[in-house]
Ligand binder design. Structure first.
Ligand SMILES: Nc1ncnc2c1ncn2[C@@H]1O[C@H](COP(=O)(O)OP(=O)(O)OP(=O)(O)O)[C@@H](O)[C@H]1O
Ligand SMILES: [Mg+2]
Length: 282
């Protein structure tokens, strides 16, 4: 199948056989949790990059996934959606394996994972977000296109609906994928660096969108690099560096010691974080 995202299936080993997790129960993981991850390990070429991750996200919160480059954040987000195979572990979306719940999940991939030369318009990308409701073999219908147009309007891109994605600016491309997630009307959103390389206006649009989704009871799990805005934007934080360092309400877990454990001795990052923590306390 031709895909808009790049996947990494061929590079792993030790994948659990398909369907293995279907019948297993993990009573400690609540069926109400939008995303629960149990003992998850993911390896590329037999080298683990996500190690023994346990997580249970609360419903209806904005959750940041924070950690240095190469910490395994994108890999975790992909493994949750079976875009890369797990070496071991279990992922559940609202208490059931992802493959039964994919219609509940909206994905905004990291910019680098998207094939921007793929010959589709912004409208096509957004309308494709609604495919799970139509089935892949059905043509995109009128309703789907009008919902897609609403989502494009919501992110200020209605005028560019017909433009090829390769001819959009970075911020416009980012907005296109947000519109796509919106059109999916999911319950859990997995967003990989939606704030990367956007200007202040686009950043505001994204923050408003996140608040709107939260007000509708949706859960957003968002990879975020700007430590200075974590306390302002997010209710919850997952700190990760291959392993989960800590996870919980921002006020409780976003502190110096945890940041030091997550980032090691990267002093510029830590001084930015110190500033952010200080500001949050004022
Ligand atoms: N397809 C792949 N094949 C082999 N190694 C990979 C592959 N994708 C990622 N990696 C490696 O796995 C590790 C985790 O990568 P990942 O992209 O998950 O990190 P990240 O936390 O998202 O980083 P960033 O903040 O830079 O986006 C890195 O060391 C990376 O080089
Ligand atoms: Mg990444």
């Amino acid at each position: 199948m031709i895909r808009l995202f790049h996947f990494d299936r061929a590079t792993q080993s030790g994948q659990a056989p398909s369907g293995e997790e279907g019948g297993r129960e993990f009573p400690e993981h609540s069926a109400r949790s939008p995303l629960s991850v149990h003992d998850l390990t993911v390896a590329y070429h037999r080298k683990p990059v996500v190690w023994d991750v346990d997580l249970e996200l609360p419903e209806g919160k904005l959750v940041a996934l924070v950690g240095p480059n190469g910490a395994g954040k994108s890999t975790l987000i992909k493994a949750c959606q079976e875009l890369v195979p797990k070496a071991s572990g279990l992922v559940q979306v609202y208490g059931r394996p992802y493959r039964h719940q994919r219609h509940l999940v909206g994905y905004v991939p990291q910019r680098e994972s998207v094939d921007w030369d793929f010959p589709v318009s912004a409208m096509d990308v957004v309308a494709m977000g609604g495919y799970h409701r139509l089935g892949w073999l059905r043509p995109v219908n009128k309703r789907c296109r009008s919902e897609a147009m609403q989502a494009l309007e919501r992110v200020g891109l209605a005028d560019l609906a017909g433009r090829q994605i390769s001819q959009l600016s970075g911020g416009q491309q980012q907005r296109t994928f947000l519109a796509r997630a919106l059109a999916q009307d999911a319950r859990l959103y997995l967003m990989d660096e939606p704030f990367a390389a956007v200007d202040a206006a686009t950043e505001r649009v994204i923050v408003e969108l996140l608040h709107e989704l939260k007000a509708r009871g949706r859960t957003c799990f968002v990879v975020h690099h700007d430590l200075a805005t974590v306390t302002e934007y997010f209710d919850w934080v997952v700190l990760m560096n291959m392993r989960v360092v800590d996870a919980g309400p921002t006020k409780e877990v976003f502190h110096q010691e945890n940041l030091r454990k997550t980032y090691g001795g990267k002093l510029t990052v830590l001084s930015a974080a110190a500033e952010a923590v200080r500001n949050a306390g004022e």
